[in-house]
Design a protein around this ligand. Structure first.
Ligand code: FAD
Ligand code: NAG
Ligand code: NAG
Ligand code: NAG
Ligand code: NAG
Ligand code: NAG
Length: 559
């Protein structure tokens, strides 16, 4: 990845200028047809807010969502332990926090119940410990945050924990301005990053940002890096400062009972959109019909999973606006000539293995060099050992070989009625039977883990593994420091939400971009103009000379 500071920034500002100039044009009062491609957090939020804003502004919208899968939620999804629908387990995005206003409001508005995370069972001491491959560097029982234990922290790290907490508050405060006028809505995320003073944070690594703010190296490595590894599969040296702060802002983490995707399902339902499931958009082109106004209309071609025809079908409706709500490089959409005015940069994504399984056994203390017969922690996050060189990509995991092992909860095995534990492992490579054998201190035969997920419990066995569900994702971008971001406007009436993932990749930020794009569409349709954030005139005025971007960029060959 290259940092093309000047040109990309200027391009970003140019989009902002160009599109705000055209917004004064008066649109005819007919129905606006809007297509949304993808029903993850971004697409669902775009649909929901589009309906709300359009109703408030008296704009008529007809929303159509195209979704490749049979589900709503995208990377927010559950799978059923033992194929039992009453036992859903989060496979993708699993936590959010109260300052995630869109998600949190969603749970209230849709009457969804919230469960706390990081707790196995009330009766059980839930210990989280940080393992560096040699020893535990930190251990805590459940407090207000997984790592918070005031006495221990003060003794070991002095003022650093307090400084870190204050730093998180300050950064979150700046970020939250994006929800409010005049920062909301935004046509350029790059411009807002400068205007909110966040570029000093996205432009440096977590390691640099923490050092600049006098956070002790040990505290950073032991505690904060454990958080960046479990949340973004990355060491501090390869993750920008903003994503580092987000990783650490998980106090009071919560999730929706039954699955976080329920928020997005409700958003889609409330939007009144027509939803085409099992429908992959394969192309976007300009519609052939000539419109009287200068605004183009778009033609969408789709391929249906299960349909016998291999030829893509052209959707009859011509769309005034199209929102692409999925990472472009994985969407396999062909764009007609001239459709994408602002090139979408391909970015490396982190390939992450998520392995869910259940077992009647607990983690073996001896794996962690604890005395035989003692109890191993139920959640083990990892970090690098002192002197271990941080690396990028798959190798970055270091000698521990995994980012985290969590005991999610206890459950009854429907076949035996025995109490079991449900585990989740995050790792850069597939989990092997050898690793599991060591982790549980008992032979795990190949057959237990060879099931392909769905039929994982057809392996004939119960002990030591009774249900097994391996999966991998392109989970989130490799969050290297950067000072420009893919902006949400690709062309006239053409929007893109996934650029925000290089800034912060969470359900909430995707939902925020969906809400932002919805606001822009309705503003333009209703001729609403907004107060501008004081303009940034030239690069010299941006304070860029104060941003030290020291990038160690290796080609992401192993991804
Ligand atoms: C393992 C894991 C753990 C995570 N943990 C957290 C967490 O704890 N908290 C948090 O907030 N975030 C977490 N995240 C990040 C979070 O999941 C994402 O940032 C967020 O869900 C992205 O939403 P999105 O709508 O932008 O994209 P997606 O969820 O990827 O949605 C895109 C949708 O578009 C569809 N689609 C793609 N191409 C086409 C096409 N051509 N035609 C039609 N449809 C198409 C896809 O099927 C998908 O439904 C995690 C992610 C992973 C993978
Ligand atoms: C609304 O969109 C659907 C496609 O999802 C289309 O069939 C319908 O004709 C549209 N309605 C109007 C009024 O344009
Ligand atoms: C989508 O496809 C799956 C698998 O082929 C099928 O079970 C499901 O019924 C389909 N859903 C819709 C809404 O067509
Ligand atoms: C969330 O709800 C509160 C209270 O109703 C409201 O003031 C706020 O604007 C909402 N925020 C978002 C992002 O929906
Ligand atoms: C909200 O959910 C609770 C518990 O699930 C239920 O008792 C209540 O009736 C619901 N309220 C509304 C307004 O749907
Ligand atoms: C499990 O318990 C249920 C209810 O107590 C009972 O009906 C069932 O037969 C039991 N199953 C097994 C395998 O013991």
């Amino acid at each position: 990845m290259r940092l093309q500071l000047g040109s990309a920034l200027v391009a970003g500002l140019a989009v902002a200028a160009e599109t705000s100039a055209s917004k004064e044009e008066v649109k005819p009062a007919g129905v606006k047809n809007v297509a949304i491609i993808g029903a993850g957090a971004a697409g669902a939020s775009a649909a929901y807010h589009l309906r709300q804003y359009a109703e408030e502004a008296g704009v008529k919208v007809n929303i159509t969502i195209f979704e490749k899968t049979d589900r709503i939620g995208g990377r927010t999804l559950t799978v059923n332990a033992h194929d039992d629908p009453s036992q859903p387990v989060e496979l993708g995005a699993s936590i959010f926090v109260a300052v995630n206003h869109i998600l949190y409001n969603g749970t209230k508005n849709f009457n969804l119940s919230i469960g706390s995370n990081y707790r196995v069972a009330e009766s059980q001491a839930d210990v989280t410990a940080i393992w560096d491959g040699e020893s535990f560097v930190y251990e805590t029982t459940d407090g207000t945050a997984w790592w918070w234990d005031a006495g221990k922290l003060w003794w070991r790290y002095g003022m650093s924990p307090y400084r870190a907490v204050n730093l998180v508050k300050e950064v979150v405060g700046k970020f939250l301005k994006l929800y409010e006028q005049p920062y909301f809505p935004f046509r350029s995320l790059t411009a807002r990053t400068y205007e909110l003073g966040l570029v000093e944070i996205t432009g440096v690594t977590g390691e640099q940002f923490l050092a600049q703010n006098k956070i002790d190296e040990k505290f950073s490595r032991h505690i904060i890096q454990a958080a960046t590894r479990v949340n973004y599969a990355s060491n501090l040296a390869y993750l920008h400062g903003l994503e580092t702060m987000v990783s650490f802002a998980t106090d009071g983490a919560m999730s929706v009972v039954g699955g976080n995707w329920r928020i997005f399902e409700q958003m889609v339902r409330n939007s009144g959109a027509t939803v085409y499931h099992n429908t992959t958009v394969s192309a976007i082109a300009f519609a052939k019909e000539k419109t009287s106004s200068s605004a183009p209309k778009y033609e969408i071609s789709t391929a249906s999973a299960g349909s016998s025809s291999t030829e893509p079908e052209v959707v009859a409706t011509a769309f005034d606006d199209v929102i692409i709500a999925s990472p472009w490089q994985f969407s396999n959409i062909e764009a007609g000539e001239g459709v994408i005015k602002h090139h979408i940069e391909e970015i490396p994504y982190t390939k992450l293995h998520v392995t869910l399984f259940s077992s009647p056994r607990k983690l073996d203390p001896e794996f962690f060099k604890l005395a035989p017969g003692s109890t191993a922690p139920s959640n083990v996050y990892t970090t690098l050992a002192e002197g271990e060189k941080p690396k990028e990509g798959t190798e970055g995991v270091g000698q521990t070989g995994f980012y985290s092992v969590s005991t999610l909860r206890t459950m009854l095995n429907p076949k035996t009625n025995a109490t079991e534990y449900v585990y989740k492992i995050f790792s850069p490579k597939p989990v092997t039977p050898q690793f599991l054998s060591e982790l549980f201190g008992v032979k795990v035969p190949e057959a237990f883990t060879s099931g392909s997920g769905e039929n994982g419990d057809d392996n004939g066995g119960v002990d030591p593994i009774s249900w097994y569900y391996p999966h991998w994702f392109y989970a989130y971008p490799v969050e290297l420091p950067r000072v420009t971001f893919q902006d949400p406007i690709l062309g006239s009436g053409l929007y893109y939400t996934s650029g925000i993932e290089s800034f912060i990749s969470t359900m909430e930020t995707s939902a925020l971009m969906g809400m932002n794009v919805a606001r822009l569409i309705v503003d333009d349709a209703a001729g609403i103009s907004r107060e501008e954030v004081p303009a940034v005139m030239s690069e010299g005025d941006l304070g860029l000379e104060n941003v030290k971007v020291e990038l160690v960029v290796e080609e992401p060959g192993e991804l």
